[in-house]
Design a protein around this ligand. Structure first.
Ligand code: MOS
Length: 721
């Protein structure tokens, strides 16, 4: 097809919704002016395990403006789990206030609804609860004997790891620890819920519209068609908004009870206890290799936790199954039920933490082999996924490593730790390889065409979300390209369950799925208009409408994975490089430079893609320098309850960042050749920094975050200095 527009996919155009955002005109969930709305404040339990024995609402009820107080005693009966430890998936029911039982500190135990936000907040503090408390289980380490295997697929093996370890010339047997981390998107979780004629309408900050509608429908046991979820803009999610959580259910329940729209915003403090987190992991690694660098065995065993009422398993070992060619491989996952809320997917669930362990251990083994860690990785590269023997749809890991090395100036790196110094600074270089599945899911979209004043205007609708990622922009570019009209003649409408169904934003499938979905709708419009004319002339969309004597036309399209997709392993690949300066005396360190190279299919918009990777690198750096949610050891509440004590990186913590996308179109992945990048960006970043710290200091830091006190107290590896 001819294409005359200069702003189709591949061009770094500005975000089409940027001007709305900077002028405060992009509406987020809690900003919709719903008339007659009132405000709710949720109340949290102050014990980690036990039962509510008494509730006194009398003082709260007397307060001005208070409309309703809901606890388990007067809450609507919802659908409840009918099995022990059901899997927490993005569309499962979310019962709340259904029993006096308390499973974790901060669990919702009540809700106050009042005319104003302040009245609701004040009255919520006056509701008195009495509890019968039980000893909570909150320590992964102390409860390790409770560990269980969550599902059949939690264990994987090929070959014989004992034999593989026996034939190794060098071995690494080490354990890595990563703490609980929280997502903390800028926009608080929020909802404005109302009921009309038995139907729910919810402005809610959600990553996946369809799943939210399913969760709401199933929890209240109404048809999905009676639920409308609206989220045109979402201020970040990172996984925490993948499913409709209990606050969503609370607000909808309250709105039905009082017959008015209810707004409920989860506070920043509540986002520690009520909107999931990344679980703590203990990852035990065993690797063996021959003198020439051939990997002979790789074992990756993960111990982690779930809640006592739902099950969530994060596959930290996935990377170890498929990233390197190793004949003998064993991966396992075990969970301990704890009195904490259920952990859930946080950006690159599995890879972010799993690749810290794998890519650190690879560096440890390269050091023992006295091999360059890049050459060691390349030596064990493979074009066939060893976990399932499928070919990779495309895999440019070696190219990422080589091109990154060149860009970074890797040749200046000294193998010996501490060999580069400047004044009191020890300078280290680190590298890591990255892989992240590039899923692609069935996506539908509608296109509406309008001929006005000699121009064709197109509107694309789908229930996709833009969680800050740039969905509006890439969908606009796709329609512009395939209809061959300028971007300013394209409008994109997202985030409404009335629109065609998409998989939503999660798992790095958004961009590929949305763009291909929009493309098919546009191509269908062209094909259908051609068919009406019975022509095979290459006519513009304007000519097609004119010749059909149509002033408007609309149609839909659905894109889905091909047979070829299913026959391949489809992943994005990358490499991270970091330069770190460590102060010899204090253990304070600075990340000076980061280089990220990604091979992730066609880049729909280099500008928004760059933003994705920068965000990923920042979160990856955060895992190393600061992020950690600490639990009070006796009561099980989070000690870190605000950004004053849960630290995330700020600009000053960050480095000079270089991002390179290798030119690639993976047509097996999908017709447009697009693969995911949002989660690739965080994957293995932590390892590249930890490996740079080793290169600077000779110290192996296997416990995140790497604080200056941990670093200064650590002993160098015996042979390192
Ligand atoms: Mo992502 S953790 O699937 O938002």
């Amino acid at each position: 097809m001819k294409n005359t527009t200069p702003s189709g996919t591949g061009n770094p155009i500005d975000r089409v919704e940027g001007h709305l955002k900077v002028r405060g005109m992009a509406k987020y969930a809690s900003e919709f002016p719903v008339s007659g709305k009132v405000y709710a404040q949720a109340i949290n339990s102050t014990i980690a395990k036990g039962e509510i024995t008494a509730i006194d609402t009398s003082e709260a009820e007397k307060q001005e403006g208070v409309i309703e107080i809901i606890t388990y005693k007067n809450a609507e009966k919802l659908k409840r789990y009918d099995e022990e430890l059901p899997s927490l998936l993005p569309d499962v029911i979310q019962p709340v206030l259904q029993s006096p039982k308390v499973h974790y500190y901060g669990e919702y135990v009540g809700l106050v609804v009042a005319e104003t936000f302040e009245q609701a907040q004040y009255a919520a503090r006056l509701v008195r609860f009495e509890y019968r408390t039980e000893e909570p289980r909150i320590h992964l380490d102390r409860q390790r004997s409770d560990a269980y295997k969550p599902e059949e697929s939690s264990d994987y093996s090929r070959g014989d790891v004992a034999a593989g370890m026996a034939e190794a010339d060098e071995k690494v047997e080490v354990t890595y620890h990563t703490p609980i981390e929280h997502h903390h998107p800028m926009e608080l979780h929020a909802i404005i819920a109302s009921w009309e004629n038995g139907e729910v309408k919810a402005y809610a900050s959600q990553q996946m519209i369809d799943n939210a509608a399913i969760t709401i429908a199933n929890t209240f046991q109404i048809p999905k068609e009676k639920v409308r979820v609206i989220a045109p803009y979402v201020g970040g999610g990172f996984g925490s908004k993948l499913h409709a959580k209990q606050h969503v259910i609370l607000a909808i329940m309250a709105a039905r009870k009082i017959g008015r729209p209810v707004q409920l915003t989860v506070t920043r403090q509540q986002m520690f206890t009520n909107t999931n987190f990344r679980q703590q992991n203990e990852q035990k690694m065993q690797l063996g290799a021959k003198k020439d660098g051939t990997l002979t065995a790789l074992v990756h065993e993960t111990l982690s936790h779930t809640s006592t009422y739902e099950e969530y398993q994060e596959s930290c070992g996935t990377v170890s199954k498929m990233l390197y060619k190793v004949p003998n491989n064993k991966v396992s996952h075990r969970l301990v039920p704890l009195n904490l809320q259920t952990p859930f997917a946080m950006r690159a669930p599995g890879e972010a933490t799993g690749s810290f362990a794998l890519e650190s251990a690879i560096d440890e083994l390269a050091w023992k082999l006295k091999m360059d860690p890049i050459e060691f990785r390349i030596k064990n590269d493979t074009q066939t996924d060893p976990s399932n023997n499928k070919p990779f749809s495309s895999r440019l890991l070696t190219e990422c490593l080589r091109i990154g090395a060149d860009k970074f100036g890797w040749e200046r790196r000294k193998m010996k730790p501490g060999a580069q110094q400047e004044g009191n600074w020890l300078i280290g270089y680190g590298v890591s390889g990255a892989s992240r599945a590039a899923p692609y899911r069935e996506t539908s979209s509608k296109v509406k065409l309008e001929l006005k004043g000699g121009k064709v205007y197109a509107t694309i609708q789908m229930d996709a979300t833009d969680i800050g990622t740039g969905s509006y922009t890439i969908i606009t570019q796709t329609a512009s390209e395939y209809l061959d009209i300028p971007v300013d003649q394209v409008s994109v409408e997202l985030g409404d369950s009335l629109f065609p169904v998409t998989p939503g934003s999660g798992g790095s499938w958004g961009a590929a799925s949305y763009a291909n979905g929009a493309r098919v709708a546009c191509m269908n419009a062209i094909r259908e208009l051609n068919q009406k004319l019975n022509t095979d002339e290459d006519l513009s969309i304007q000519a097609l409408l004119e010749k059909n004597e149509l002033s408007s036309y609309e149609t839909t399209g659905t894109a889905k994975p091909s047979e070829a997709f299913k026959k391949h392993s489809v992943y994005s690949f990358g490499a991270n490089f970091a330069e770190v300066w460590v102060d010899k005396d204090t253990g304070m360190y600075r990340i000076k430079r980061m280089v990220n190279v990604g091979a992730c299919g066609k880049i729909l918009n280099p500008k928004t893609a760059f933003g994705q990777i920068i965000g990923g690198l920042t979160m990856g750096a955060g895992m190393v320098i600061a992020e950690q949610s600490r639990i009070e050891p006796k009561y099980g509440n989070f000690i870190t309850r605000s950004f004053a004590d849960y630290h995330v990186p700020v600009n000053l913590d960050l480095a000079n960042i270089d991002v390179v996308f290798l030119p690639e179109e993976d047509k097996i992945a999908n017709e447009m050749g697009v693969k995911g990048i949002g989660e690739l960006g965080i994957t293995s970043v932590a390892a590249s920094i930890a490996n740079a710290i080793f290169n600077a200091t000779g110290k192996r830091m296997r416990d995140l975050p790497i604080t200056p006190e941990k670093l200064i107290m650590a002993e160098p590896e015996p042979d390192a200095i």
